[in-house]
Write a protein that binds this ligand. Structure first.
Ligand code: TXA
Ligand code: MG
Length: 329
């Protein structure tokens, strides 16, 4: 018996890149791998395609998208880079860093994709499959993570299918991603501001800059346009409750471990995944979203999460876990 999937999936390769580019040209939506998470791509310059993308994801359209391009030259056609932004781009691209910059005069990214802001978020992904698709297409591709809004980000093609089958036109399967958490977002509209911790660790960015990153000013009460509008408190949410910094495992809970597991009650956990038995943060980031999905699917009512060190990729991991644990709307 064959499984009747509504969205076509192709293994990564030259044919898939060409078909993905063709699909984008026709206003279609593609799921594709980047080194951070799978993205849901649309032609950035096509407002109808961008509108379809928001609808497929179930995303509020006041939340702007990241424009992905293959080269710094293309990025400079979309946005204005000051000396600091240029240094960051040259050091971290291609890679898991997104820069929020002033739009360039000829910026082709549709106003719908930037939610009417006069800034644009830009990234050059390092994944060879993303690079191949961007080069075959030629233009900018806007791509949020390829999950339904509010769900955990996808790190495999199967995750994309689970959330978006039948809602998008094509999925390119490039295997599991390498980084596992989304890109770090820096606002570069003056002194660089860390808007979202992610795959490029703060320490590496601060080392390059030679100074500490500013924190985003707290949005004034009642302000519905925070600096990175997507950073809503409850996000990346699995169905199960998430309990952080667990020092024990309570009856009926599943356990998300890190490092050696020696917690009271662990032997009775309803399911166990260990992000990295050796305590390696890069390995933990790569496993984070997949393990959250698996523990959620195990039917546990709650997931106890062991403490994760708050350095390097740990800052992004803890940020996503905090959001997964936040009270739901
Ligand atoms: O790793 C990633 O960044 C992945 C892959 C696919 O590239 N993409 C991703 O996109 O995580 P998304 O849409 O899930 O998150 C983009 C974030 C949102 O929080 C959005 O509010 C913020 O970027 N953003 C986009 N444009 C912005 C702008 N002009 N100013 C401030 N924040 C912006
Ligand atoms: Mg997302």
């Amino acid at each position: 018996m064959t499984l009747d999937l509504k969205t076509k999936t192709l293994p990564a390769g030259p044919d898939a890149a060409a078909e993905a580019a063709e699909c984008l040209r026709g206003g279609g939506l593609i799921g594709f791998p980047t080194e951070t998470v799978y993205g849901l791509g649309a032609d950035a310059a096509n407002p109808a395609a961008v509108a379809r993308l928001y609808a497929a994801k179930g995303r509020p359209s006041f939340n702007p998208l990241i424009a992905h391009v293959a080269s710094l030259d293309s990025a400079r056609g979309l946005a204005r880079f000051d000396a600091t932004a240029l240094r960051l781009a040259e050091a971290f691209w291609p890679g898991p860093l997104t820069l929020v910059l002033p739009k360039a005069p000829g910026c082709t990214v549709s106003d719908l994709a930037t939610a009417g802001l006069d800034t644009v978020a830009v990234r050059i992904p390092a994944h060879p499959v993303a690079q191949a698709i961007l080069r075959a297409f030629g233009g900018a591709v806007v791509a949020p993570s390829a999950n339904r809004s509010g769900h955990v980000s996808p790190t495999t093609a199967a995750h994309v299918r689970a959330d978006l089958d039948g809602r998008i036109d094509l999925i390119v399967d490039g295997g599991p991603v390498e980084v596992g958490v989304e890109s770090t977002i820096l606002g570069c509209l003056g002194a660089p501001v860390l808007l979202r911790p992610g795959g490029a660790p703060r320490e590496a960015i601060e080392r390059l800059l030679g100074f500490a990153l500013a924190e985003p000013a707290a949005a004034p009460a009642g302000d519905h346009a925070p600096l990175a509008p997507g950073m809503l408190a409850s996000h990346y949410a699995p169905g199960a409750q998430v309990r952080l910094d667990a020092r024990d495992v309570r009856p009926g809970e599943a356990l998300l471990g890190f490092g050696p597991v020696a917690l009271p009650g662990a032997e009775a956990a309803s399911a166990i995944r260990n992000l990295s038995p050796a305590g390696d943060l890069a390995e933990a980031a790569a496993h984070l979203f997949g393990f959250l999905r698996e523990l959620d699917a195990s039917g546990a009512h709650a997931i106890a999460v062991m403490p994760i060190p708050h350095q390097g990729l740990g800052e992004a991991i803890n940020d996503r876990l905090r959001r997964a644990a936040a009270p739901r709307d």
